[in-house]
Structure formats: structure tokens, C-alpha cells
Design a protein around this ligand. Sequence first.
Ligand SMILES: [Zn+2]
Length: 140
Amino acid sequence: MGCFYCDEHHEGREALMFEVGKMKAGTLYLFKDQAHKGRCALALGTHKKELCECTEQERHDFADDLAAASGAVKKLWGCTKINLGSYGDTNPHLHFHIVPKYEGGFEFGGSFAIGNDQPVFLGDEEYQEMIAALKKELGM
Ligand SMILES: [Zn+2]
């Protein structure tokens, strides 16, 4: 079994998310479950487990990517608050969940769950529109 983020075609990853594009140090993905409108993940471009294993440059670039991606999500879909989470106990390739929360909406006021038993799936066209909007906003 390979790495969820390093494998070019990882079945588990492709079941859960679409690749949006490469950033300075990370790769941005759009979640298929859009219970939180705009939910993404940002994975480091190289295989490292922890932020403390990154070079200084990589750390800075990755933080810039995280800020840019969060800003794009917030601008495009107007959430109340962006939640960021980095776990990876069973998927130890450094990545952050970028989860927009909407006041009064799903899970607002609490932690977001990694898995959601009430996922909201969209049509292919809608995903493609969201990916195109993110790419445009991020200059990809
Ligand atoms: Zn990896």
C-alpha cells in the first residue's frame, strides 16, 4: 500500500477528493463531500510526516499556501470561519483540512469530523465549476 498523497492515482484519495492544483509547497484538493461548502485539503508536496521536519523555506511556502487557499475559499463561498485541522495518524503525510464553517450550518460551533455520515455530493459540473473558481482565484 502506497501513500495517500504521494501515489499518482491513489484509490482512497480519488474516492474522496479531486486535485485542484499545485501551489508553492503544497497540492490543493477539493473534497467530494461538500457538507461544508468549499471544503478542501492541502497536502505538502514532499513526503514528510510533521511540520517540524520541513525546511524553513518549505514551512514558509506551505503556510503561504494554506493562507492563500483559505482566503480563496472564504472569498468564493463567504463562510463565517475557516477551521484548519492537521491529524494524519493513519495517513502520515503532512496535510491540513481546510473546512469552511457557516453560522447556523453543519457542525458550526464545534469540531469538524474527518468522516461525515451525512455527506453532501454534488454533480460533476458543480465540482468542475468549484475547481475552476479556485484555480482562477489562486492564479493556477
Ligand atoms: Zn506521501
